[in-house]
Ligand binder design. Structure first.
Ligand code: FAD
Length: 308
């Protein structure tokens, strides 16, 4: 109930204005968002690199209905990729892209514009010597995103995608994407979805996550285990061992600011650990999804507002 209210608020412009206007929100946002500028993102990447971790950078933004805003997002990614290369960090950091930030929802030709824009980001990533992973948004975009993934992989076979274990369809999507060279980031799913397409019960989502993990680990692709759940992390390690995978044939991934000690532990035990680092001004939707994932975050947020 609380989760769906927060996820509805994540898409409300009225609540957005209220939350953004409150200066006391900023310090709480800083727990999950690495800053607003490319320099902030590079600084966070360097600090994680120094702890033997890898990074995927998300220039925040989503759901744009303006072609110019989509073009600006592409430009921001191009600049970021150049900066990573210039700083010698491109072997440690890739980028994550939301197709709705580069035009997927534009009323005329949105899908084609998103594909063309994503292609420009892939070209910049190729020039820098790194990779791109497509984030997955709500279920109405899944077919479109996987279609764009297929098109991009013709020229850039290393482009990866996120699959969400809460969707009923995802086991089949995992089978389709478990082939050689395929990079799949498996997460539980962060949006509010109806029972017609998604498991509603946490235990059911967890069971689906394990079934999907099994398919990916037994396949020939490169699984990216995106979860903070200690059970999922342990099961992933076990399935990888049973499938005869070496430590460099899959990786763990967590979000910036969440379970940082666990991130250090995983990386220190010889595993590859990548941190998803979000930066930029458009933090509202991302921040609200982080609040929705854990009631304690909301309590922390409200308490910090009330204690001022
Ligand atoms: P949960 O069962 O939700 O959490 C397990 C434990 O992790 C909790 O008990 C708590 O200790 C900790 N935890 C989890 N979330 C939080 C939080 N917000 N704050 C503090 N502690 C927390 N979702 C999408 O729908 N599309 C995407 O493209 C996408 N990309 C992602 C990329 C990465 C690298 C990661 C790690 C997640 C991504 N997600 C994405 C979010 C994901 O779907 C989940 O909503 C989120 O990861 C919480 O699920 P969990 O697997 O960590 O397990």
């Amino acid at each position: 109930m609380l989760r769906s209210t927060l996820l509805a608020a994540a898409r409300s412009q009225g609540v957005r204005r209220l939350v953004e206007a409150n200066p006391l929100t900023k310090p709480v946002v800083a727990r999950f968002v690495a800053g607003t500028t490319p320099e902030d993102a590079v600084r966070a990447t360097r600090a994680l690199r120094d702890q033997n971790m890898y990074v995927t950078l998300d220039h925040l933004g989503e759901d744009t209905l303006l072609a110019q805003q989509a073009a600006d997002t592409v430009h921001a990614y191009q600049q970021m990729l150049q900066a990573l290369s210039a700083e010698g960090l491109a072997d440690r950091a890739e980028v994550s892209v939301k197709l709705s930030a580069v035009g997927q929802f534009l009323p005329a030709d949105g899908e084609k514009i998103a594909l063309d824009n994503a292609r420009l980001i892939c070209e910049a990533a190729a020039a820098a010597g790194t990779t791109v992973t497509l984030d997955m948004e709500d279920h109405t975009t899944t077919d479109s995103t996987l279609g764009i993934l297929r098109d991009l992989r013709v020229d850039f076979p290393w482009v990866g995608a996120v699959l969400q274990a809460y969707l009923h369809r995802t086991e089949q999507d995992c089978r389709d994407l478990a082939g050689e060279g395929s990079r799949v980031r498996l997460c539980k799913g962060a949006y509010s979805e109806p029972a017609s397409v998604a498991y509603q019960d946490k235990a059911e989502v967890d069971r689906s996550y394990v079934r999907c993990l099994k398919i990916l680990m037994e396949g020939d692709g490169y699984p990216m285990v995106a979860s903070h759940d200690p059970r999922m992390v342990a099961i992933a390690a076990d399935l990888a061992a049973r499938s005869g995978r070496s430590a460099d044939s899959y990786e763990f991934q967590m979000l910036f600011g969440i379970r940082a000690e666990e991130q250090k532990r995983i990386a220190s035990e010889g595993n590859k650990l990548r941190v998803y680092v979000a930066y930029g001004d458009e933090w509202y939707g991302y921040f609200m999804r982080r609040l929705a994932e854990r009631p304690a975050n909301l309590v922390f947020f409200l308490r910090s507002l009330l204690s001022q």
